[in-house]
Design a protein around this ligand. Structure first.
Ligand code: PMP
Length: 362
C-alpha cells in the first residue's frame, strides 16, 4: 500500500472536537434544550417539509429566513446571513477575517472552536485570559486592541462555559478603539435577555452571532445566523458554502421562527431552574458554582475532590455533564446544563451523594 503524504502542517497540533457525547439517561452536557420542539409546532413542520422539493437545490441564502429575522430585529435582509449552525459562521469568520499574517484576539476560557478555527486557517492567536472570577480583563483587551494589529476578536455573551455577560458599554469601547471586526457571540442570549443589537446602528465593525440550537430546541437541525453591517455580511457571502443551509432545515427553521413566542415559557422555566440549581449548589460543601446568565452553570470542586472522578461517577448513574477538569483555566471544573426540573433534581441529589461518598460532609 502507498504511504500518504502528511496533511497540512497546521493540523499537527489540532485535536478533533470531541465533547464526549455519550448516550445517558439525563443528557445535561451540551447546553441543549432538554425539551424538544412542542408537538403542535412539529405537526406544522411535517406539513411544511412535505412541500419541499428534494430534487431541487435550496435557496442558497435562505432569503425567507433572512427576511423574518431582519424584521424581528429591526434590520434589512442585507444585514442578516444564515449558516449551518453557528459553527459554520464561526469558521467563515476565520476564513474571511483570519488567515496567514492575520491575528485573532481570544478571551479564554471560552468556546474552544474559536481557537481551532484560527489554527486551521493559520491565523495568529493573541490570548487575553479572563480574571480569576472569569470576568473579562477589560483594560488589557482595550490596550491590546489599541495597538491596531488585531483583525478580529470574539466576545462571548453569555460566555461558554463561564456563564457571564459582556456589558454593552465595554463592547462599545472595543468598537471605538479600533477597526477590528468584533463578533459578539450571543448563542445563549435568550437566557440572559440581553443583547448588544442596539450598537449595530452605530458601528460597522460589530457582528452578532445567534443560533436556533439552544432556546429553540434545534441543535439537531443546524441553523445559525449573523446580524451585521451589509459590507461585513457581503464578505461572509464570499466564503460560505453555497448550499450549506439545506432546504429541509430552512423549512423547519421557518416554522420554528414563526412560532418563537411559544418557546418563551420554556425559556422562563430554564431561567427559574437555573436560579434553583445555583442556590442548591451554593449550599453544598466542596463546590463553588459560578453565577450564570445562560442555560448552564460552571462548577469548580475543591482541590481534595477530583472533578474527573465525579464526572465518571455521575455517568455511571446515568447523568452526563461536561468535563472540563483537564482544560486550561478550568482545572477541576464541570459544567452542567439546566435541564427539566426532574433532571436537575436528580443531578443535585446524585451530586450530594457522591460528595458524601468522597468524604465531604454534606
Ligand atoms: N457559540 C457558542 C458559545 C456555543 O456554545 C455554541 C454551541 N456549543 C455555538 C456558538 C454554536 O452552536 P451551533 O453550531 O449549534 O449553532
Amino acid at each position: 500500500m502507498n504511504a500518504v503524504r502528511p496533511a497540512a502542517p497546521q493540523l499537527a497540533d489540532i485535536e478533533p472536537y470531541d465533547p464526549k457525547y455519550i448516550p445517558a439517561d439525563i443528557m445535561i452536557s451540551a447546553n441543549e434544550n432538554s425539551l424538544d420542539v412542542p408537538l403542535d409546532i412539529r405537526r406544522q413542520i411535517e406539513h411544511e417539509v412535505r412541500r419541499v422539493p428534494f430534487n431541487r437545490y435550496p435557496d442558497p441564502l435562505a432569503n425567507d429566513l433572512r427576511d423574518m429575522i431582519a424584521e424581528a430585529n429591526g434590520l434589512d435582509r442585507d444585514q442578516v446571513i444564515m449558516g449551518n449552525g453557528g459553527d459554520e459562521l464561526l469558521f467563515d469568520l476565520a476564513l474571511a477575517w483570519g488567515g496567514p499574517g492575520r491575528t485573532f484576539l481570544n478571551l479564554p476560557p471560552t468556546f474552544s472552536v474559536y481557537k481551532n478555527n484560527a489554527q486551521l486557517t493559520n491565523t495568529a492567536i493573541v490570548d487575553i485570559p479572563r480574571c480569576d472570577d472569569f470576568s473579562i480583563d477589560e483594560d488589557a483587551v482595550l490596550e491590546r486592541l489599541a495597538k491596531g494589529d488585531i483583525d478580529y476578536a470574539i466576545v462571548t455573551s453569555p460566555n461558554n462555559p463561564t456563564g457571564d455577560l459582556a456589558q454593552a458599554t465595554f463592547v462599545e469601547e472595543m468598537l471605538k478603539t479600533s477597526d477590528t471586526l468584533v463578533m459578539v457571540d450571543e448563542a445563549y442570549f435568550e437566557f440572559s435577555r440581553y443583547t448588544v443589537r442596539p450598537l449595530l446602528d452605530s458601528y460597522e465593525n460589530l457582528v452578532i452571532l445567534r443560533t436556533f440550537s439552544k432556546a429553540f430546541s434545534m441543535a439537531g437541525v443546524r441553523m445559525g445566523y449573523l446580524l451585521g453591517n451589509p459590507r461585513v455580511i457581503d464578505e461572509f457571502k464570499k466564503v460560505r458554502q453555497p448550499y450549506s443551509v439545506d432546504a429541509v432545515s430552512q423549512a423547519v427553521a421557518r416554522i420554528v421562527y414563526q412560532n418563537r413566542a411559544k418557546f418563551e415559557k420554556s425559556i422562563d422555566a430554564i431561567i427559574a431552574e437555573r436560579g434553583r440549581v445555583y442556590e442548591a449548589l451554593g449550599k453544598l460543601p466542596g463546590v463553588m458554582a459560578y453565577p450564570s446568565e445562560s442555560n448552564y452553570i460552571l462548577i469548580r470542586f475543591d482541590e481534595d475532590v477530583d472533578a474527573g472522578w465525579i464526572w465518571q461517577w455521575l455517568l455511571e448513574r446515568g447523568i452526563l455533564v461536561r468535563d472540563f477538569s483537564r482544560s486550561s483555566y478550568l482545572e477541576n471544573c464541570l459544567r452542567v446544563s439546566i435541564g427539566t426540573e426532574d433532571e436537575n433534581t436528580r443531578f443535585l441529589e446524585t451530586l450530594r451523594d457522591v460528595l458524601a461518598q468522597v468524604g465531604v460532609a454534606v
